[in-house]
Design a binder for this molecule. Sequence first.
Ligand SMILES: [Zn+2]
Length: 118
Amino acid sequence: MKEFFGKLKNGIKKTGQGVKKVVYVNRSRLEAGQKRADIEEGYYDLGKAAYASYVNGREFKDMEKVMIEHCRKLEDIEKEYRSLTEKIKENSRTKKCRCGATVMSAAKFCPYCGYKFP
Ligand SMILES: [Zn+2]
């Protein structure tokens, strides 16, 4: 009986960790979507700045500094975006248990049947 409750407690704990992971992945997906929108906005700002310079002076010689500034900002956001999508991928990996349940690949036990993965 003691063993049963131990397994049950462990199963609940593992399920809790699984839920936390799902919440983390969903939040990260939302954040990644926002970053993607920020990148698109960055492209837009870059083009807008280039066109404004063209309209003002019909040339781009003073644009280099502005362009580099915009591109660096974009580079930073893209780095954050890539790191986020990598983390999402890592935390979304799953495996099948012999009971048929889909569980996180990092799980040592199945939260549904208690099976200990080799
Ligand atoms: Zn199972």
